[in-house]
Design a protein around this ligand. Structure first.
Ligand code: ADP
Length: 972
C-alpha cells in the first residue's frame, strides 16, 4: 500500500484505495492515478472507454489485485464474449482456469444479474449484491465486481431510476467489503447517458487515468428544484478550489526551486547555504530571524550555533536551558513545531519570551546521526494571527531535511577523512593504525570496547589480536570458544555487518563474551584475506545502546573491515612470498620436496586444497606433482585432451587465469568441470628457458569467491618461483652432463697423452740408439757432414723425448682439491733447490728466501712449481751473480708468492704467450727447454684455485707471482 493511501482515514472494509493500489502497482495500467489525499468517496469506479484494449487495461489489474488479495472476483459479461475475457486474462498471465476452479473468479451474464427478472430493478439488484457480498465474504476477504454496462443501453430504465440505484449501491459498497468497476463504452451510449454516468460517479477512469471527479454530483442533489442552484454553487466552488490549488502548487514549486538552487550550488559553503536558507525561510514565513542551535532535550541544553542576522540577544554561542526557549515546541514533537500565541501555548514565562520579546516561533527538530541534535528555526518579535499552514509546515520540514542531510554528510566526510589520515600515515605501523581506528570507531559509535578477533582454524577458538577498552593489555592474548561464540560466529558468516543494541533478551546472552565481559551492545563485521575468512572487527559496550545502528554506521564499520582485510592480506602475501623465496633458496631440499612445499604454500595462501604442477604434452597436460588429493586425479594422470582444458586456456592466452566459479565463467562444458568436478581454478604458466613447460595451478571441487588482485599477484610470483626451480634443476642436469662428458674426454685425453708419450718413448729411443750405433760403427766411413747430420738427428730425438716427458708430466697434473693437505712451502722450496743444485752451482746463483708459509695444496705439484720458477730464474739470467728472491704476502685467505730474478727479463709482447704449452721466446741454441714448464706452473696454480702472472722489463729481471690458498686459521 502506498504512502498516500496510508494517510487516508480508511475504513476497515475493502475500499477505494485498494482499487487505486491495483492501478498504481500494475504495469498494465498506463495512466496516472490521482492519490486519495483529502478526498472521501465511495468504493465505486466508472470506467469510460472507447476500445476493447482500454477496457481490459483497467479491468485486468483490478482483477489480478483482487485475486492476489484473496478476494472473490465477479465478472459480469455483456459486451464481450466469455472467450474474449478469458483470452485477455490469460494474455496478462492470470491462471483463469485455476481461479474458476476454486471459485475465486466467476463469470456472469446480465440475465443472471442486472436483468434477472427481464428488466432492471434497483432494489432487487441491491439485495442481490448484498447477498453476493455476504456469500463471498464467508470464504473470501471481499468481493470485487467488474460489470460491463452495455445492457443499460437496451433497457428502458429511466435516468432517475438509475441514479437512485447508484445512490443505493454507493451506500452498500461503502459499508461492505466490496469494490466495483462499472464499464461504459462511450461509443455505444448516448452522450446524455455518459454525462449522467460522469455526474453520478465520484471516481472515473478515463483515457488511462484514474481521477477524482470534480463533476460528481451526489445523488441526493441530482434532482429537485434547487438542483441548478446547487450545481452553480458547486461549479463556482470548484473553480475557486482549483485556482487556490494552482496558486499553492505554484508557491510550492517556487519554494522547491529556490531550495534546490541554494542546496545544489557548488560554489556556496555550508554557512552560505545556511544563510540563503534562512533568507528563504524568513521570506516564506514572514519572520525576522532564522537560527540553528545545538540542543539536548535530556540535558535541557540549548546553544545557538548560527543566526541569520545581527540580533540584540540571539547570537552564536548563546546558551540557555532548552526549557527556557520555544524550541521545546519542536523537540517535543520530534519534528516541526510552532508557537504563534505564546500565552495560549504556555510559553509566556519563558526566558526568550520575557527577556528577548520573542512572540512567534516556527522550527524543526533535527536528530543528527553521529553529531549533536539541532533545532532549525525562525522567530519574530511580532505576534502572528494565524497558525502556520500545512504548506508552510512542509517547507519547514524540507528545510530541516536538507540541514540534516548536510550535517550528516559533513559528519560522514569528517569520519572518512580521519580514517584516511590514520590509514595513510606512513609513520604508523599496522598495529598502531589498527589501534587508532578502533579508538576512532569507539568515539563515532559511542561504544567503549573494540577489537580484532582472529579465527585461526574454523573449528578452533577465536583469539583477540587487538582489543581496547576491555581492561586488559591491548596486546594480551584472549581466547574465546566459538561453541558459544554468537557474536563473532554470526558476524563471520554474514556478508554485511552484524549488530545488536541489547543482547540481554537474545540467545547471545549465553555467549562467553556476555557472561564474562558483559558485552551488551555489539557491532561487528567480518575480516578476510582474499577468500579465506580471517576473523572479525567489532565494537561494543557493556551498556545497551539507546539507538539502533544506522546504515551509515554499518557502512563505516564495513569500510574499516575492508581496510583491515586488505592490510592483513598484504601481510599474508608478504609472508607467503617470503616462504616461497626461502623454499626456493633452501639448498637442503631435494627438487621434489621443493616443488611440493611451493605447492603447499600456494594451497594455503589461496585457501584451496589441491595444487598441481602440470607438464604440457602434445595433446594433454600431465600432472607431474600434486599437493592434496582428488579421487580421480594424481601424479602421472593426463588431463582430458580437450582444446578448452583449463590449463590450455592459461597457455593459449599466455596469462594467469583465475575463476572462483568455473560454472559461472562458462567453463561447464570442460571435462575437468563435468568429469572431475573442478569448480574453481587459478593457474599460471611455467617456463623453462623461455619455453612454455606447463602450468602451476590450484583447484577445488567446490566454487569459491573470486580471486583478489593480491592472490593473483601471488600466483604469478609462485609461477616464477616454480619456473626458476625447474630451470635450476634443468641447469644442474645440463651441468652434470657437461661435467660427465668433460671428465670422459679428459680421461680419454689423459689416456691418449700417456699412451702417446709412453709409446713414443720406444721408437724415439730406437731412433737415437740406432743413430748412435750408425755413428759408432761406421765412424770411419762417414765424412764430417754425415757425422754432423747424425748429431742433429740425435739432438732432435733427445729434445723430442724431453718434450714428450714434460708433456707426460703435464697430463698427469690433476685437480686434486679434495686431497689437499697442509704443505710447508719452506720444505718444498728446499727440495726444489736440492734438485737444482748442479744448475745453481754452475751459474753460481744466489737463492734468497724469507720464511715461507704453510698452505693447502699438493706437495708434489708445488715442488714442480717452485722448481720450474727457480730454474727459469737462474737459466734466463746473464748476470755475473744471478740472484733469485722468494717471498710471500698474506691476502685474506690466500698467500701471494713472488719469485724475483735479476735475469734477462721478458719482452712485453711475449709476456702473454709464455704460459701456453710449447711457447718459448728463445731458440734451443740460446737456452735449452721445451716450453712446457710455465704452462705446467699455470695448471698447478689454477688447480689450487690460484693464478700466476709475470711482471718484467727486458734486461731488468722478472717477477713471477702466484697465489695459493692459506691454511684455515693460520698465518703460517
Ligand atoms: P722453457 O724454459 O722450457 O723454455 P718455460 O715454459 O719454462 O719453458 O718458459 C717459457 C719461456 O718463457 C722461456 O722459453 C723463456 O723464453 C721465458 N722465460 C721463462 N722464465 C723466464 C725468466 N725468469 N726470465 C726470462 N724469460 C723467462
Amino acid at each position: 500500500m502506498n504512502q498516500t493511501v496510508r494517510h487516508y482515514d480508511q475504513p476497515e472494509v475493502l475500499g477505494l484505495e485498494n482499487g487505486l493500489e491495483a492501478f498504481q502497482s500494475s504495469p498494465a495500467f498506463r495512466g496516472p492515478v490521482e492519490p486519495l489525499d483529502e478526498h472521501t468517496c465511495n468504493d465505486h469506479f466508472a470506467h469510460i472507454y472507447e476500445t476493447r484494449e482500454e477496457k481490459f487495461e483497467a479491468a485486468i489489474p483490478f482483477i489480478r489485485h483482487g485475486l492476489e488479495c484473496g478476494e472473490r472476483v465477479m465478472y459480469i459479461i455483456e459486451e464481450s464474449t466469455e472467450a474474449e475475457v478469458r483470452e485477455a486474462m490469460c494474455d496478462a498471465g492470470l491462471d483463469v482456469d485455476a481461479a474458476l476452479a476454486t471459485g475465486a473468479l466467476t463469470f456472469h451474464t446480465v440475465q443472471e444479474t442486472y436483468l434477472r427478472n427481464g428488466s432492471f430493478d434497483p432494489d432487487e439488484m441491491i439485495d442481490f449484491y448484498g447477498e453476493m457480498v455476504t456469500e463471498a465474504t464467508e470464504d473470501y476477504e471481499a468481493l470485487r465486481i467488474v460489470a460491463e454496462m452495455t445492457w443499460l443501453d437496451d433497457d428502458d430504465t429511466s435516468v432517475e431510476r438509475f441514479i437512485e440505484y447508484e445512490q443505493k449501491i454507493n451506500d452498500l459498497f461503502e459499508h461492505t467489503d466490496s469494490l466495483a468497476i462499472c464499464q461504459y463504452n462511450r461509443d455505444l451510449f448516448e452522450p446524455e447517458v455518459i454525462r449522467n454516468v460522469v455526474q453520478t460517479h465520484p471516481h472515473l477512469i478515463y483515457d488511462g487515468a484514474a481521477c477524482h471527479n470534480i463533476y460528481y454530483t451526489p445523488p441526493e442533489e441530482f434532482f429537485g428544484a434547487d438542483a441548478p442552484a446547487r450545481e452553480n454553487e458547486r461549479m463556482l466552488r470548484t473553480l475557486r478550489d482549483r485556482t487556490t490549488a494552482k496558486a499553492q502548487l505554484h508557491r510550492r514549486e517556487r519554494f522547491l526551486q529556490n531550495l534546490y538552487e541554494v542546496s545544489s550550488d557548488p560554489t556556496l559553503s555550508f554557512e552560505e547555504k545556511l544563510q540563503a536558507l534562512f533568507d528563504l525561510g524568513c521570506e516564506q514565513f514572514d519572520l525576522e530571524l532564522g537560527a540553528m542551535a545545538k540542543v539536548d532535550p535530556d540535558a535541557d541544553q540549548f546553544e545557538v550555533e548560527f543566526v541569520s542576522d545581527d540580533h540584540e540577544y540571539f547570537e552564536a554561542g548563546l546558551e540557555l536551558p532548552l526549557s527556557e526557549t520555544y524550541c521545546t515546541a519542536a523537540t517535543d514533537t520530534d519534528g516541526v513545531g510552532s508557537v504563534s500565541d505564546p500565552v495560549e501555548a504556555g510559553y509566556d514565562d519563558t526566558y526568550v519570551h520575557d527577556e528577548f520579546g520573542i512572540k512567534t516561533y516556527f522550527g524543526t527538530y533535527i536528530e543528527v546521526e553521529g553529531d549533536d541534535n539541532r533545532t532549525f528555526f525562525f522567530v519574530s518579535e511580532k505576534p502572528r494571527d494565524e497558525d502556520f499552514s500545512a504548506n508552510e509546515r512542509t517547507f519547514q520540514r524540507l528545510l530541516g531535511q536538507w540541514v540534516k542531510y548536510e550535517l550528516e554528510r559533513q559528519q560522514r566526510e569528517r569520519f572518512l577523512h580521519e580514517c584516511y589520515e590514520i590509514t595513510s600515515d606512513p609513520a604508523l605501523d599496522f598495529e598502531e593504525k589498527l589501534e587508532r581506528l578502533l579508538e576512532l570507531g569507539c568515539d563515532r559509535f559511542g561504544l567503549e570496547i573494540a577489537g580484532l578477533n582472529h579465527l585461526p582454524s574454523w573449528d578452533g577458538k577465536f583469539r583477540l589480536e587487538k582489543g581496547i577498552g576491555l581492561g586488559v593489555d591491548s596486546d594480551a592474548e584472549l581466547w574465546t570458544d566459538p561453541d558459544n561464540g554468537c557474536y563473532c560466529r554470526q558476524t563471520m558468516v554474514e556478508d554485511s555487518p552484524v549488530g545488536t543494541v541489547d543482547v540481554r533478551d537474545t540467545r547471545w546472552a549465553e555467549d562467553t563474551i556476555y557472561q564474562e565481559f558483559g558485552l551488551t551492545s555489539y557491532l561487528g563485521t567480518n575480516v578476510s584475506t582474499g577468500a579465506a575468512p580471517y576473523g572479525t572487527l567489532w565494537f561494543g559496550s557493556t551498556e545497551p545502546r539507546d539507538r539502533p545502528f544506522s546504515e551509515t554506521e554499518r557502512s563505516f564499520i564495513e569500510l574499516m573491515g575492508q581496510w583491515v582485510s586488505y592490510e592483513i592480506e598484504q601481510r599474508e602475501n608478504n609472508d607467503s612470498q617470503r616462504k616461497l623465496y626461502e623454499i626456493t633458496a633452501n639448498p637442503d631440499l631435494d627438487p621434489d620436496e621443493k616443488i611440493d612445499q611451493l605447492l603447499e604454500v600456494g594451497c594455503k595462501r589461496l585457501n584451496l586444497p589441491i595444487g598441481m604442477l602440470t607438464h604440457k604434452r602434445e595433446r594433454a597436460f600431465e600432472i607431474e606433482h600434486m599437493h592434496g588429493s582428488h579421487p580421480e586425479l594424481d601424479e602421472g594422470t593426463l588431463t582430458p585432451p580437450l582444446t578448452d582444458n583449463y590449463c590450455r586456456r592459461v597457455v593459449n592466452t599466455g596469462n594467469s587465469i583465475s575463476v572462483g566459479d568455473a560454472g559461472e565463467a562458462g567453463w561447464d562444458g570442460d571435462a575437468l568441470y563435468t568429469e572431475f568436478n573442478l569448480k574453481c581454478y587459478a593457474g599460471t604458466q611455467v617456463f623453462i628457458r623461455g619455453e612454455n613447460y606447463g602450468t602451476v595451478c590450484f583447484t577445488d571441487m567446490g566454487p569459491r569467491e573470486e580471486f583478489t588482485e593480491a592472490e593473483q599477484v601471488f600466483l604469478d610470483i609462485l609461477g616464477q618461483c616454480v619456473s626458476y626451480e625447474l630451470e635450476r634443476q634443468q641447469h644442474e642436469a645440463d651441468l652434470k652432463e657437461t661435467i660427465d662428458q668433460l671428465e670422459q674426454s679428459n680421461d680419454r685425453l689423459k689416456q691418449f697423452a700417456y699412451a702417446a708419450s709412453h709409446d713414443l718413448q720406444e721408437p724415439l729411443r730406437m731412433v737415437s740408439t740406432y743413430l748412435q750405433l750408425l755413428e759408432n760403427r761406421y765412424k770411419a766411413d762417414l765424412d764430417e757432414d754425415a757425422r754432423e747430420f747424425i748429431d742433429f738427428a740425435v739432438n732432435g730425438a733427445d729434445r723430442m723425448r724431453k718434450m714428450v716427458d714434460d708433456l707426460l708430466a703435464f697430463s698427469r697434473v690433476e685437480h686434486t682439491g679434495d686431497e689437499f693437505d697442509s704443505v710447508d712451502c719452506d720444505a718444498v722450496l728446499d727440495h726444489a733447490i736440492d734438485d737444482l743444485q748442479i744448475q745453481i752451482e754452475e751459474k753460481e746463483a744466489e737463492i734468497i728466501s724469507e720464511s715461507l708459509p704453510t698452505v693447502r695444496g699438493d706437495q708434489e705439484q708445488l715442488e714442480h712449481l717452485f722448481r720450474n720458477l727457480v730454474s727459469n730464474a737462474t737459466k734466463y739470467n746473464e748476470s755475473d751473480r744471478p740472484r733469485v728472491e722468494i717471498s710471500a704476502d698474506q691476502r685474506s685467505n690466500r698467500w701471494k708468492f713472488s719469485v724475483t730474478d735479476n735475469g734477462i727479463g721478458i719482452d712485453p709482447d711475449g709476456a702473454d704467450k709464455i704460459f701456453d704449452v710449447f711457447k718459448r721466446l728463445h731458440h734451443d741454441d740460446e737456452y735449452s727447454g721445451t716450453g712446457v714448464g710455465l704452462s705446467l706452473c699455470q695448471k698447478i696454480a689454477n688447480n689450487h684455485g690460484g693464478e700466476i702472472w709475470v711482471e718484467s722489463e727486458p734486461g731488468a729481471g722478472s717477477t713471477f707471482s702466484f697465489t695459493l690458498p692459506a691454511v684455515e686459521n693460520s698465518t703460517q
